[in-house]
Design a protein around this ligand. Structure first.
Ligand code: F0G
Length: 447
């Protein structure tokens, strides 16, 4: 009997049918582009970027099946066939009977919180993503981050002791949320055991549980790889089990939905669904399109299924690991272990000569662009101000967009930057807006 010997090489499980040229620039051009942008990578024109690893959100490549589905989009105002296909895909994935399309993740957050949060309420989360926190605080809610840390396999878990303390406290808790994977702590996964324990605590205190499931497929895959008892289960059945533990979800489909725009709000609670529907109609649109075109719903219905294909997830994880190993070999320190969608460079360790006030993570991100046209994002003092706990550079991987040789380019860029780390100087802010300064601030090099 012949036995399949596993291949050492994990290939991109797709071939390329449409191509988009990317910019090749000279070092002198990149120097000029950086100066013109005010040393802010958000201010660059995307067509000047060679490899764009700013985010994995809305930047994925759709499949031929998704592009074909677009043409089948039913653009009827009410009762569109595309909604039925979208609804049944979400229902099959989550088991939730009430499904609402929204234009992206933050719209789902806004509707959920507006329906159930009152000023002064506390919402615990393993860690709120920025938009989740902002939407909650906008309504007078208190965002309570309870990351467990410690566990190297499941760094996204929630601190159960702290959760119990919050649930037993004086303040009203309208719901608990779990972010899968936990983006704000580096895209680290949450274990099924932790999710079950959170559910049990929620049951004990009679509080509903929602998942922020933007990266549900990556979380399911990492559970399959790392958590005892799940190796033989399909990513689909693990994802289904995750959703079953919650009362509903908010989803930015721009990640594991593999679409350029779209989101989902879904629940098993009929009472909350009624409130969601009213708020949806107010700002997003009629419940069968919710701020999207019928064709967008078709693309999401296909993408949600493709994201759970084992060969795709194997390749996705292999790419992140390949990038992480390459960056370390190149001589740049990273946060270990890498997350599901990104590798984080530790700029505090890479540039000990640059104090936080002089934006070391921004300085490192700028050098990656100067050296190889690679765009990443600073997650440090520029983004969070003096409250920043780390000086990191997120190197996020869009889905199905770049090949292994693109990743090699990023690693070679890192090698060249690593060779001159000691010469890199900091930056100061010369102009900044009152809010979310990292998007538009202008900087200048120090010295
Ligand atoms: N929740 C998580 C965990 C996210 O990562 C994001 C977006 C959102 C919610 C909001 O979704 O952008 O569709 O409104 N994260 C992007 C990123 C922006 O770059 O990590 P959205």
């Amino acid at each position: 009997m012949s036995v399949d010997v596993p291949f050492r090489t994990v290939i991109e499980p797709f071939r390329i049918k449409a191509v988009e040229p990317i910019a090749m620039t000279t070092r002198a051009e990149r120097d000029a582009l950086l100066a013109e942008s005010g040393y802010n990578l958000f201010r660059l024109r995307a067509e000047h970027v060679t490899i764009d690893l700013l985010t994995d959100s809305g930047t994925g490549a759709m499949s031929d099946r998704q592009w074909a589905a677009l043409l089948a989009g039913d653009e009827s105002y009410a009762g569109s066939r595309s909604f039925e296909r979208f609804e049944s895909a979400v229902h099959r994935l989550t088991g939730y009977p009430h499904v609402f399309p929204v234009h992206q993740g933050r719209a789902a957050e806004r509707i959920l919180f507006e329906a159930v949060v009152r000023p002064g309420d506390v919402v615990p989360n393993n860690t709120h993503f920025d938009t989740t926190r902002a939407n909650l605080e906008h309504l007078g809610g208190v965002a309570c981050d309870l990351p467990a840390g410690a566990d190297p396999d499941f760094g996204g878990n929630m601190d159960l002791v702290a959760l119990e303390r919050v649930l037993a406290g004086e303040r009203r808790v309208p719901l608990v949320m779990m972010t899968l994977t936990n983006n704000a702590v580096g895209g680290q996964p949450v274990s099924m055991a932790n999710l079950r324990a959170v559910r049990a605590l929620c049951d004990r205190f009679g509080v509903p549980l929602f998942v922020d499931a933007a990266r549900f497929a990556e979380n399911a895959w990492l559970v399959k790889q790392r958590e005892p008892g799940f190796a033989s289960e399909s990513p689909e059945s693990i994802a289904r089990a995750m959703f079953e533990l919650a009362d509903g979800c908010t989803v930015s489909a721009k990640k594991d939905g593999i679409v350029n725009i779209g989101g989902i709000l879904a629940t098993r609670r009929a009472d909350w669904a009624k409130q969601f529907q009213v708020l949806l109609i107010l700002t997003e649109g009629f419940p069968t399109y919710g701020g999207l075109a019928g064709r967008d719903l078709e693309a999401m219905a296909v993408g949600l299924i493709e994201a759970l294909e084992p060969e795709y997830l194997r390749y996705r994880q292999a790419t992140v690991q390949y990038l992480a190993r390459g960056l370390v070999k190149a001589g740049l320190p990273i946060v270990e272990p890498p997350g599901g969608h990104a590798v984080f460079l530790d700029a505090a360790r890479a540039l000990p000569q640059v104090p936080s006030a002089e934006l070391p993570a921004q300085a490192l991100a700028l050098e990656l662009f100067r050296e190889g046209g690679v765009r990443t994002v600073e997650v440090g003092t520029l983004m969070f101000g003096p409250a920043a706990r780390h000086e990191l550079v997120r190197v996020a991987l869009p889905r199905r967009v770049y090949t292994a040789s693109h990743v090699d380019w990023v690693i070679e860029t890192a090698e060249r930057v690593a060779a001159r780390l000691g010469e890199i100087r900091g930056y100061r802010i010369v102009d900044e807006p009152p809010l979310l300064r990292h998007f538009t601030a202008r900087l200048a090099p120090i010295g």
